[in-house]
Design a protein around this ligand. Structure first.
Ligand SMILES: Nc1ncnc2c1ncn2[C@@H]1O[C@H](COP(=O)(O)OP(=O)(O)OP(=O)(O)O)[C@@H](O)[C@H]1O
Ligand SMILES: [Mg+2]
Length: 340
């Protein structure tokens, strides 16, 4: 079961450069969240601060009742065992083959026998599509393969919290969708609390339960997927819809001449695109933290754009949902009867 992570007033600077200030958010237990933000806004720094690799200037990050950044080194080491982290660069040891890289956390943190280690390593490698690549070295494989090896290594300890820094960068579109499916299936299976940093709009729109956005040294917004996908906030709207028009420019903030040109050409970001249905598990089973489509919008009296919640097969999930849930629960019931 995943654990809740409560970040309160977290602030980080390097020297006089403030990266972000007063970041407050809660990652609900067992849910998938995505963190967005232009390059250089401090997403990677945020993940590293959460696991205690970087020390914040002030603030808290509560995990299982412990305040991660303010723990003694020894206690921090213990809490860190709850985490599986995929760093942006994969962070593999260049002198070890993939097998030893992925086995590393098991050898470091557990007393499992080599045959047990082998079973787990091969299982995770198979899972990320690296079966047969055990003897390759990081320098001999593609960037996408290194990412997947990093992910396999992040999973070997069956973590309750999974942090992934751009798991999809350097992956082709098909592998990106497969990786997203893997993350959703994994979440259904181990119910870990997952935070993904990504620049992939499709991932951000379809995978998470929650979305957060860093911009100009602050967390502009954090909340349920449907809240951000229907938001009129210019930064959120520009980013989630990959538009040129908006406050974000090449050097993070647009300069005056860019904004003047935009004012002349018109600043209308266009209508909000339809909200896609959330990616379901591949076997159709419901995740423990599954939210019904349109739930947040209904509760908050927001009407979604025309065409929302319709999948590529033309099914309208607002209509299909009650039927689907009834069928799935009936199926689950039969399944457990069979098991007894
Ligand atoms: N160890 C460090 N010492 C000093 N400055 C750092 C350090 N690590 C990161 N920074 C600075 O913090 C800022 C945020 O960096 P970070 O890597 O978190 O950005 P990011 O949002 O992950 O960007 P990208 O999307 O390109 O990965 C950058 O200006 C970077 O130079
Ligand atoms: Mg980064």
């Amino acid at each position: 079961m995943g654990v809740e992570i409560r970040v309160e007033g977290l602030t980080k600077s390097f020297g006089r450069q403030v990266i972000w200030e007063d970041v407050t958010l809660t990652l609900p237990a067992g849910e998938i969240s995505v963190l967005l933000g232009p390059s250089g806004t401090g997403k990677s720094v945020f993940l590293k601060t959460m696991v205690g690799l970087l020390k914040p200037d002030r603030g808290h990050c509560w995990i299982d009742g412990k305040d991660m950044p303010n723990l003694r080194e020894r206690d921090m080491y213990e809490v860190r065992k709850l985490f599986g982290v995929l760093f942006q660069d994969g962070a593999l040891f260049g002198s070890m083959n993939l097998y030893d890289n992925i086995a590393f956390p098991l050898r470091e943190h557990t007393r499992k026998s080599e045959s047990e280690v082998r079973r787990i390593v091969l299982e995770k490698m198979e899972m990320v599509g690296l079966g047969g690549a055990q003897n390759k070295f990081p320098g001999e494989i593609s960037g996408g393969m290194r990412k997947r090896a990093g992910l396999a290594r992040a999973l070997v300890l069956d973590p309750q919290i999974i942090l992934c820094d751009e798991p999809d960068s350097g992956l082709d579109p098909v592998r990106t969708v497969l990786l997203n499916q893997l993350i959703v299936d994994l979440n259904a299976e181990i119910e870990a609390t997952i935070l993904i940093v990504t620049h992939d709009i499709n991932t951000a729109r379809t995978v998470p339960d929650n979305i957060g956005m860093l911009f100009r040294r602050e967390l502009v917004m954090f909340g349920p997927r449907e809240m951000l996908l229907s938001s009129e906030e210019p930064v959120v709207r520009q980013f989630l819809n990959a538009r040129k028009v908006g406050p974000i420019g090449m050097s993070e903030e647009k300069d005056l001449s860019e904004l003047e040109a935009e004012a002349r050409l018109g600043r209308d970001p266009g209508p909000l695109p339809p909200i896609p249905p959330q990616l379901m598990t591949s076997d159709g089973r419901l995740r423990r933290t599954q939210h019904a489509p349109g739930e947040w919008l209904r509760t908050h009296g927001v009407t979604p754009p025309e065409g929302s919640f319709i999948d590529e097969m033309g099914r309208d999930w607002l209509q299909e949902w009650p039927k689907y849930v009834a069928e799935m629960s009936a199926g689950a019931g039969r399944h457990s009867e069979g098991a007894h």
